[in-house]
Write a protein that binds this ligand. Sequence first.
Ligand code: GDP
Ligand code: MG
Length: 439
Amino acid sequence: LGRRINAAVSDLTRAPNLDEKALDGMIREIVSALQDADVNSRLVSHLRKSIKATVNLKDLSPGINKKRLIQKTVFDELVKLVDPHAEPFRPKKGKPNVIMFVGLQGAGKTTTCTKLARHYQTRGFKACLVCADTFRAGAFDQLKQNATKARIPYFGSLTSTDPAAVAAEGVAKFRKERFEIIIVDTSGRHRQEKDLFDEMTQIQRAVRPDQTIMVLDATIGQQAEAQSKAFKETADYGAIIITKTDGHASGGGAISAVAATHTPIVFIGTGEHMLDLERFAPQPFVSKLLGMGDMQGLVEHVQALKLDKGETMKHVMEGVFTVRDLRDQLQNIMKMGPLSKMAGMIPGLGNMMGGMDDEEGSLKMKRMIYICDSMTNKELDSDGKLFVEKPERMTRVARGSGTSVREVEELLSQQKVMAGMAKKMGGMNKNMQKAQGMM
Ligand code: GDP
Ligand code: MG
């Protein structure tokens, strides 16, 4: 998607006469790319109007970089769509917070409820799981296995056929035991849709959740809108978790679901492993969707300036990008200036600094470097996973660098974006070598 949009914008800026006709052609191409990425057609037409309104060719002064302006407009509009500005639920310590999961069979509810329980557990909450899926044989076993692995207390029944009763019993037991996060997993499958929705309502009535979360599979594409709407009408959930964002799904469906239900995405699932859960952030999500940022451009720039001692380049070619690589690149960029231009070359970084002037941006980068400098060598040379496995590391680094855990998380997610791109480039590089070897 990103490549197509960038290509469309490049075509336009290269066109000999930058007129309305050329602009319309570019918008058509962007629209078709978005539709192919499962973004709902109503949203696409809204987007088309916004681009036309912002990019008024006649009024643009010649000095303005039209390519960037158009890209930025597309980016900003998508961020707006995916950010409903509704405050998501935050559990409170010292009281029971009952969270109920809804969503279709296979969406990833059972996997994700363990991930979420673990997420809160590592943040000092007393967390547990209740299995209210009495429909599918083996559902309780699956939850039990996951929960045992994560050392999370659980409740369920192998014999009951009344999910609302099991849910009520489990929640009551854990409330009494003063658990703070009680997550209720539900079934998501029935012979009839009506039965499923009836069951959901009954469980909701039985456990009175503080929060209902809809789990949505990123790979279902265009169906996301209808599905999220149908569940919203019945279960009135207050948050969405998108799973399987690690696959080939383009994420457009997720955007459509948020836009249709005005409900915030709170987390995304990034793999089958228990640790593969990330807090959702609109800007990086859209960056990824659009494939923005230009790794190749950065690499060339660093090469031209002969600032890199070779390590990063070697790493990228091998498909690796460590925290230390990010630190080195930040340092290089600080030397290169002007900052606003250079930051745009690191995928995602330009967006993170959007709206900052050069001074603020440079302060931000300095803080990122401080964060890196408070890490151990082992941490610097890692792919960042170490921090996910042991979140206390983040607290230590934040304290050591005089920054916040949030900033450390931000830096690590930046590094992860880069690592993902490096991996792609490394793969391409290997394929090229293979192809050359065959010739
Ligand atoms: P449920 O029916 O909604 O409870 O779905 P499950 O939790 O049983 O998950 C269905 C399948 O999706 C399982 O094979 C999971 O391992 C897989 N899955 C869940 N979340 C993710 C994710 O974020 N990424 C990937 N790659 N697979 C996932
Ligand atoms: Mg399940």
